[in-house]
Design a protein around this ligand. Structure first.
Ligand code: ADP
Length: 430
């Protein structure tokens, strides 16, 4: 389309030029009776002038519009609108490195009063300023990574490039790398933590193998004792690997909403039954109570059983020997408008409680209030991270309340299914 339109325009201009040349030549012949050769010359010069002069005129106008003092008129209002709404921060500088435009995303970082200021008064990062200077000097595009430390630390990839004819405009475009850096760091920490957790039991097992091959070879009593310890350590490694696999499977599916509908009361009962022997060993009683007319929740049964098991297991591990664990299911009002109604599933114990400063960190992987205690109880430090991810996948929310010495309550709010099935069965208090 552009090509044919251009050819037509050129043809039209040539016709106008020929007509003007012909008309002037004819006027010369009829009015001042010049000879045909002179008339032809005048006609050709006129035609050339008609072709060349408008082009020169336009170059002058464009250059005048985009002077170094104010290149902004060279950008159409449409282009300026696009710049303003770009999600990435953008800054345009004139030939004297003064700001001629910052978009909304850039103003959110450097503040509003930037116009006509020298760039060094706005961004103080030396490597960024050096990259901008190189681009302004050579015209070559530059990339540099840098960090703004205030108001909060954020890392950006900066792209500096020169656009337009001389003197041109230097464009600075930033791309936020903060969350990418953070997740890279989390991955590195996670691998370091997981290998550290595995290394401890592995070192114990390796040590006992050496002992059994050496001086304990002919000592049946020592051999029995060491084999028992090795079985405990191997169990710890197995639990850790199981939890790591669960966590990565749940994380992988976290963005896929669960499909089924689950009656929470039967799920909670299954988890309680699975852990009742463990609770009895510590003389802890578990009480399950659920409202009779609870609607089902949208969910995946196996994941919800795991969620209850992790919370009830913790309540037993960190609860009071001879104490109680209460599992309660009741309808509640949704905090957001995305769900009409939710079910609050809470697990409460009367154990030692959790210091308030530790509560925000409990769902971090491998975080424990007391590492030694958790290890003694066979903990992996991943149970609550798994609970949080299961709750997230179910569009749910985890709430932790605790006071040192007064026990803890872990509550998960889960949205009910939109079209409820027949009433869930009532569960009597245990
Ligand atoms: P762990 O395998 O160590 O139990 P979790 O992720 O399940 O790991 O829990 C993290 C930490 O939270 C535990 O080590 C413990 O310090 C604390 N915690 C969890 N549940 C309770 C509870 N019911 N009472 C007191 N502390 C708890």
């Amino acid at each position: 389309m552009d090509g044919s339109a251009g050819v037509l325009a050129r043809l039209r201009r040539a016709l106008w030029a020929a007509a003007a040349g012909f008309a002037l030549a004819a006027l010369c012949i009829f009015l001042i009776r010049t000879n045909a050769l002179w008339a032809a010359g005048i006609g050709i010069v006129t035609a050339l002038a008609v072709v060349v002069l408008p082009r020169r005129g336009r170059v002058v106008v464009d250059a005048a519009r985009a002077t170094a003092l104010d290149p902004m008129p060279a950008f159409s209002p449409l282009a300026q609108g696009v710049f303003e709404h770009l999600p990435d921060p953008l800054m345009l500088l004139d030939a004297a490195d003064r700001v001629i435009l910052t978009n909304a995303a850039m103003r959110a970082i450097v503040g509003a009063a930037t116009e006509k200021k020298h760039v060094s008064a706005i961004v103080r990062n030396p490597s960024l300023l050096a990259a901008l200077a190189r681009t302004a000097q050579t015209g070559d595009a530059e990339q540099v990574e840098f960090t703004f430390h205030v108001p909060v630390e954020r890392t950006y990839q900066a792209y500096a490039m020169r656009v337009g004819a001389e003197p041109g405009v230097t464009a600075l475009l930033l791309h936020d790398l903060t969350s990418q850096k953070r997740s890279e760091q989390m991955r590195v920490d996670f691998v370091a933590n997981a290998s550290h957790e595995l290394r401890t039991p592995l070192a114990a097992v390796t040590g006992f193998i050496e002992t059994l091959k050496g001086h304990a070879r002919d000592d049946p009593a020592a051999r029995e004792k060491f084999l028992d310890i090795m079985a405990i350590e191997a169990g710890r490694m197995r639990r850790l690997i199981d939890d790591l696999l669960s966590l990565s499977r749940i994380e992988l599916n976290e963005h896929v909403p669960p499909q089924g509908e689950v009656a929470l009361a039967s799920v909670a009962r299954e988890a309680v039954n699975a852990l009742s022997a463990l609770a009895r060993a510590d003389n802890i009683s578990i009480e399950l109570s659920a409202a009779g007319d609870l609607p089902p929740v949208v969910g995946e049964r196996d994941e919800l059983i795991q969620l209850f098991q992790n919370l009830i297991h913790n309540a037993i591990k960190y609860g009071r020997p001879g104490g109680h664990v209460w599992v309660t299911l009741s309808p509640a009002q949704a905090a957001s408008r995305s769900a009409d109604q939710v079910i609050a599933a809470s697990v409460r114990d009367d154990g030692e409680g959790i210091p308030s400063e530790a509560i925000p960190r409990l769902t971090e992987r491998f975080y424990r209030v007391d590492v030694k205690r958790s290890r003694e109880k066979g903990g992996t430090g991943l149970g609550l991270a798994i609970v949080k991810h299961i709750a997230n996948r179910h569009q749910g929310r985890l709430q932790i309340e605790s006071h040192a010495g007064e026990g803890s309550t872990f509550t998960v709010f889960l949205p009910v299914a939109r079209e409820p099935l027949a009433s869930a069965p009532s569960v009597a208090a245990q």
